[in-house]
Design a protein around this ligand. Structure first.
Ligand code: MG
Length: 248
């Protein structure tokens, strides 16, 4: 069941999105060769709590970190720890905050120092895929319009979209209906209506789409160990288009 949000609820989600975005900016500023993922996790948690929020991922189904930190071929759900970042790595930061009962959820993939042209191209394409997905969302349209726009753009660059993990509705829970796949057919799926809040989040691999979950039960890597990137925003469908809620 898709839960439409009232204006008051959207205002709360705006606040949660802003707290999330500011915390992510703090993490981004600390990314450099030599820093550990545990240190970035600590920065994220402090930033969220300082603004009265709670890290959404901490303890979620037992997840041990406050944020997901996924390096290179890790697609999503990397666990913060003593891993040291190196020049040339790419780091996906997936961060969520719950403020006054409402969730914000977003992700960005960052370069660590100088990265290869190939890695930079992956980041550029995945970012643009998110923009295409958001641009395809409008009241009266269909959910499949978003999915198809993401898939078409990614595959036109020879990259692949991950199937096993998808975007989602969001609100008083982090994961609500509907699922928002990064592949699909335009004109299909639920009709988009004002008040629908969605986390749109392309996960894009340079190589094949297949992923594997490591024995820790969380860390998800590309099966062929190709690089993977992840960009996400929480948005709400409005009367006239879309509002991005995860903005600082
Ligand atoms: Mg999400």
């Amino acid at each position: 069941m898709i839960i439409l949000k009232s204006a008051q609820e959207i205002e709360k989600m705006r606040v949660a999105g802003q707290v999330t975005a500011r915390a992510l900016a703090g993490v981004a500023a600390a990314i450099r060769p030599g820093v550990t993922t545990a240190e970035l996790d600590r920065i994220a948690e402090e930033a969220i709590r300082k603004e009265g929020g709670v890290p959404a991922f901490k303890g979620y189904r037992g997840f041990p970190g406050s944020v997901c930190l996924s390096v290179n071929d890790v697609v999503v759900h990397g666990i913060p720890g003593d891993q040291v970042l190196h020049e040339g790595d790419i780091l996906s930061v997936d961060i969520g905050a719950v403020v006054d009962g409402y969730y914000g959820d977003m992700a960005r993939t960052y370069p660590v120092g100088q990265i290869s042209d190939e890695a930079q191209h992956l980041l550029t394409v995945t970012w643009e895929a998110l923009q295409r997905g958001i641009a395809a969302a409008r009241p009266g349209g269909r959910l499949g319009d978003i999915s198809a726009a993401v898939q078409r753009y990614v595959e036109s660059h020879g990259y692949s979209v991950v199937r096993e993990f998808v975007g989602h509705g969001i609100g008083r829970k982090m994961h609500e209906d509907p699922p928002v796949p990064n592949y699909g057919v335009a004109g299909r799926g639920p009709r988009l209506q004002p008040g629908m809040a969605l986390a749109i989040e392309p996960m894009v691999n340079i190589g094949r789409p297949d992923v594997r979950i490591l024995p820790d039960g969380w860390t998800t890597v590309t099966a062929d160990h190709s690089l993977s990137a992840h960009f996400e925003n929480t948005i709400v469908i409005t009367e006239t288009g879309v509002e991005i809620l995860t903005r600082a």
